[in-house]
Design a protein around this ligand. Structure first.
Ligand code: SF4
Ligand code: SF4
Length: 350
């Protein structure tokens, strides 16, 4: 059975609870730091079971580990042997209970640990906590991958992180960021809404220096480079969002994906007994596919039919097309190091 890729925002979206304050947080313009958990795990479980699909859940909003309802959700997913969970987290909370959960014991949980040195109150203490938790996950054999935002003021801090991760054989990747120096986020939001066809994901590329941009290419899957960094537009391209991928908000509203969740992109409400994902692909309504996960359901003949090794290994999407052997401690590490050297020699242009 084809797996359903499901972003579950049980506690609210990226404006909901988080214990950190990153300058580049995508939810920062409307951050409420509230909890939105509806306290009804049985209702959620019934709704997911009605889908009759194997489900790959992703928690990616605020800080899931600190959210109300978090362990209820982890335990509920764990009860279903064909359900898997990927948690995107700042890893400031201990993963011990997740390690000992059924998901942890069955190795059906994957952790994408994001290190945010500019978002913690005390970077030295924060790093100590982060690395302690990483080592706990590694000792428990829970697949864990570290991610950092390729945000200009943060870039000089990355080599030290590399060094530690390298020593401990933990994979690493970076995520692109649209810098405010090029366009204010509110302007970009409006632009995206009023002119989806011409919304410039190219802004992402223009906001980096040559060296920074090349590093980004070197650490990103070619499909993400093509559609997530606007080498090609996704507007009007047939995509399986809404059918094989859903974004489910805390009130049960289902939408296409993390980029297209406003009212025109709704698919219904998962609590309705008649709810069904779409049966046909949809035409992508925006110019740039913002999340790497969106690439899972966007077909492209150059990359084969739905290269969903990601269903099995959430980290493969970062590495699948890169020329490297196995096992690989880091995606394209040599390239990454080469470009970091260039960046060190060449001061930022902004
Ligand atoms: S840890 Fe994530 S959700 Fe929290 S402030 Fe930072 S970027 Fe935003
Ligand atoms: S291509 Fe990306 S942005 Fe467009 S509908 Fe698909 S997942 Fe969403």
């Amino acid at each position: 059975m084809k797996q359903l890729f499901l972003f579950w925002q049980f506690n609210g979206d990226n404006r909901s609870f988080c214990n950190q304050h990153c300058p580049y947080c995508y939810g920062r313009m409307g951050k409420t730091y509230r909890h939105y958990w509806n306290n009804n795990i049985d209702k959620w479980e019934r709704a997911f079971k009605r889908l009759k699909r194997d489900i790959y859940f992703v928690f990616s909003y605020g800080e899931a580990f600190g959210s109300h309802g978090f362990y209820e959700c982890v335990d509920m997913i764990g009860k279903h042997p064909t359900w898997t969970l990927n948690i995107i987290t700042n890893l400031s909370f201990s993963p011990e209970r997740v390690i000992h959960s059924r998901l942890g014991q069955d190795k059906r949980v994957f952790i994408t640990a994001c290190w945010h040195p500019l978002g913690v109150h005390n970077p030295v203490e924060g790093w100590k906590t982060f690395t302690t938790h990483l080592l706990m996950l590694k000792a428990a054999d829970i697949p864990t991958h570290v991610m950092m935002v390729w945000y200009r003021p943060q870039i000089p801090l990355i080599p030290d992180v590399f060094e530690w991760l390298d020593r401990h054989d933990i994979r690493f990747s970076v995520r692109r960021y649209v810098h405010d120096t090029i366009a204010h986020p509110l302007f970009r939001k409006i632009l995206r809404r009023v002119a989806p066809k011409s919304f410039a994901g190219k802004i992402v590329l223009d906001s980096y220096t040559d060296a920074e941009r090349e590093f980004l290419y070197a650490s990103t899957s070619p499909k993400v480079t093509k559609y997530g960094l606007n080498m090609s537009s996704t507007y009007g391209k047939l995509c399986y969002a809404g059918k094989d991928m859903l974004l489910i908000k805390h009130d049960g509203t289902a939408a296409l994906c993390a980029c297209c969740y406003g009212s025109p992109h709704r698919v219904g409400n998962i609590f309705s007994s008649t709810f069904k994902p779409r049966t046909q692909p949809t035409y992508c309504p925006t110019n740039t596919c913002g999340g790497d996960f969106g690439m899972v359901v966007l077909p492209d003949e150059a990359f084969g039919v739905l290269p969903n090794q990601m269903w099995k290994d959430t980290f493969i999407s970062q590495t699948e097309h890169l020329p490297q052997g196995h096992p690989v401690p880091y995606p394209h590490r040599e390239e990454m190091m080469k470009w970091l050297e260039v960046i060190r020699r060449k001061p930022s242009q902004s």
